[in-house]
Write a protein that binds this ligand. Structure first.
Ligand code: NAD
Length: 350
């Protein structure tokens, strides 16, 4: 039985669904605090699966985590739980330090105490996989090589600094206490069940609702995009085959400017759901740039490809088309998240 934290969020939710789609797996416990970013609707289809156990709670609650580890005889952990939105971290960094740094520390301590008592056998095969981001490496100039696992950490936002701190704690718990950890640093994800405060779902939903498509600054910021299901398959691969103590960068070799991403979404929408007049691109509006906005991220994923034989299944073109189609056909989910609370946050932003 594995323990997933933050499994009601975007990537965690996709991971839970994909993991349980395999009839051979014995089960999964999902520990999620259900912040604004956690959405039980995402997990409706597995709610009654006897192999699925949902617990609402905080990764920082040591006694709760300890009880869960014992009760379900956990053999591995995948830690997705985090505050994850850069803009929110700029407005209020406190929660980011609390969950991403202090919460990860408490989680590590609960897991260490449990792991140290495991008998030989389960102790050696136990794994703690920490899910992190490429943003810990900082920003790249246009001609710099993509981030490899040996790049120095140079985080620039409160979000990336808090994730960098958590990565360092995870690393230290391996080197100091021997905890069998693995860390993954992934590029920007996109796909189904993505909360529409992030660029791609925001643009799709604003476009079809006749709203502005906000672009920060000149729109030339470059991100490296990976379809979320490919991230999930990479995490499963690292969990099965990764070498303890190692870090694996995960990416799709898909560098795009934000403007290119938005234009591509508009072209897809123009082709499948044309407006009576003009293009969705007419809704593009340039807004003031985010402070300290990193210019370029790019991931060199050659280590995971070479050592673990993982490759993404989707190109950006196939993944983004699937994503647009998913948002058009899953209106119940999207209406659920487009609540008053969400709208209040968006109104503050743009
Ligand atoms: P998300 O914000 O969609 O989901 C986070 C989940 O964690 C939510 O369900 C939330 O309720 C839960 N959570 C928050 N604080 C918690 C706490 N204290 N205890 C328990 N649960 C808590 O985030 P996401 O986009 O799915 O990202 C998941 C992980 O992947 C994060 O660690 C993030 O840093 C990392 N990551 C994200 C991306 C991306 O593009 N989204 C890329 C690389 C890495």
């Amino acid at each position: 039985m594995i323990l997933v934290t933050g499994g009601a969020g975007f990537i965690g939710g996709n991971f839970v669904l994909d993991y349980l789609a395999n009839p051979k797996v014995s089960g999964l416990v999902n520990l999620d605090k259900l912040t604004y970013a956690g959405n039980p609707e995402t997990l409706k289809s597995v709610e009654h699966d006897p192999r699925y156990h949902f617990i609402q709670g905080d990764i920082g609650n040591i006694s709760l985590v300890s009880d869960l580890l014992e009760k379900f005889a956990i053999t591995a952990i995948v830690n997705f739980a985090a505050e994850s939105h850069v803009d929110r971290s700029i407005l209020g960094p406190g929660e980011f330090i609390q969950t991403n740094v202090v919460g990860t520390f408490h989680l590590l301590e609960a897991v260490r105490a449990y792991w140290e008592k495991l008998p030989s056998g389960p102790k050696e095969s136990f794994r703690f996989l920490h899910v992190s981001t490429d943003e810990v490496y900082g920003t790249l100039a246009p001609t710099d090589p993509a981030f490899s696992e040996t790049n120095p950490y140079e985080p620039n936002s409160p979000y990336s600094a808090s994730k960098a701190a958590s990565d360092h704690l995870v690393r230290a718990w391996h080197h100091t206490y021997g905890l069998p950890v693995l860390t993954t640093n992934c590029s920007n994800n996109y796909g189904p069940y993505h909360f529409p405060e992030k660029l791609i779902p925001l643009v799709i939903l604003n476009a079809i609702n006749g709203k502005n498509l906000p672009i920060y600054g000149d729109g030339q910021q470059i991100r490296d995009w990976l379809y979320v299901k490919d991230h999930c398959s990479a995490i499963r691969r690292v969990l099965e085959k990764g070498q303890v103590g190692q870090t694996y960068n995960i990416g799709g070799w898909n560098e795009k400017t934000n403007l290119e991403v938005v234009r591509t979404i508009c072209q897809i929408l123009d082709s499948i759901q044309p407006k009576p007049h003009g293009s969705y691109a007419d809704q593009i509006t340039y807004v003031k740039d985010r402070p300290g906005h990193d210019r370029r991220y790019a991931i060199d994923a050659s280590k995971i490809e070479r050592e673990l034989g993982w490759k993404p299944q989707e190109t950006f073109d196939t993944g983004i088309r699937k994503t647009v189609e998913w948002y058009l056909s899953n209106t119940q989910w999207t209406q659920g998240v487009l609540s008053g609370n969400y709208q209040h946050w968006i109104d503050q932003q743009y």
